[in-house]
Design a protein around this ligand. Structure first.
Ligand SMILES: O=C(O)CCC(=O)C(=O)O
Length: 230
């Protein structure tokens, strides 16, 4: 896909609410992380869950990714107050998990805490057919209403109830594995359905500015400042 990298990353992130960095990690790294994700899911995840948290807490490989210098370089222009890794999760769409991730904004899951952004990296090439990320550029600039929903797995609890964008406003991020999408916790996003009858693995790391621990932060044992304030 055409990426929005012609503007400088900070200007792009401010305007659109997201920024795409092609090839943040290599294909062999994606293969290795995918193997590791499978192992962590087998050992730690609730059977059938498509979202599993705390990868960096139990895996040296995911820990290394969370604080990799390439990640720091990507985030520094967007996070001038420093970078703290908070948490990560694997979102695994098995071939039988065809449902799309509902439209949502992440901050709803951590209301009354400081702003955060997330980095979504597919470990498989991601297309409209296998559940890639979808975003609504500029949607981070307004408030949205979210209501409880009932996905059978319980993985996503809320969805936006007052959507007013048009189909043409949506960007379907068809990207190669290893490409990173950094997005604001106020950006409306979701995914396409996975109708490809194939696995789709993605890792999502969440970051915020360093500061005193908030109560919410205490849920995330792998949190760590990776670039100090100032
Ligand atoms: O990988 C996906 O399907 C999207 C996940 C997502 O939007 C989220 O966890 O906030």
């Amino acid at each position: 896909m055409k990426t929005n990298t012609t503007l400088d990353p900070a200007a792009c992130f401010e305007r659109d609410g997201f920024f795409i960095m092609p090839d943040l990690i290599t294909a062999p790294e994606c293969d290795q992380l995918k193997g590791e994700a499978r192992k962590v899911l087998d050992e730690h995840a609730k059977p059938g869950a498509s979202v599993h948290l705390h990868m960096a807490h139990v895996s040296k490989l995911f820990r290394a990714l969370a604080e990799d210098q390439r990640m720091v370089n990507l985030l520094r222009p967007l996070m001038p107050d420093g970078i703290m890794f908070l948490s990560d999760k694997i979102v695994y769409k098995a071939p039988d998990k065809t449902f799309p991730t509902p439209w949502h904004v992440d901050f709803y899951y951590w209301r009354d805490t400081r702003p955060k952004l997330s980095v979504w990296i597919p470990l498989d090439d991601a297309t409209a057919k296998n559940g890639t990320l979808t975003v609504v550029p500029g949607s981070h600039k307004r408030d949205w209403r979210m209501v409880k929903m009932g996905l059978p797995s319980g993985d996503f609890q809320y969805e936006i109830s007052d959507s007013n964008w048009q189909e043409g406003d949506v960007v379907t991020c068809a990207i190669k594995r290893g490409t990173a999408i950094v997005f604001s916790d106020r950006l409306v996003h979701g995914s396409t359905p996975n109708t490809a009858a194939k696995d789709r693995y993605a890792i999502i790391g969440t970051y915020q500015a360093p500061g005193e621990d908030e109560e919410f932060d205490l849920n995330f044992p792998a949190r760590k400042v990776i670039w100090p304030t100032g």
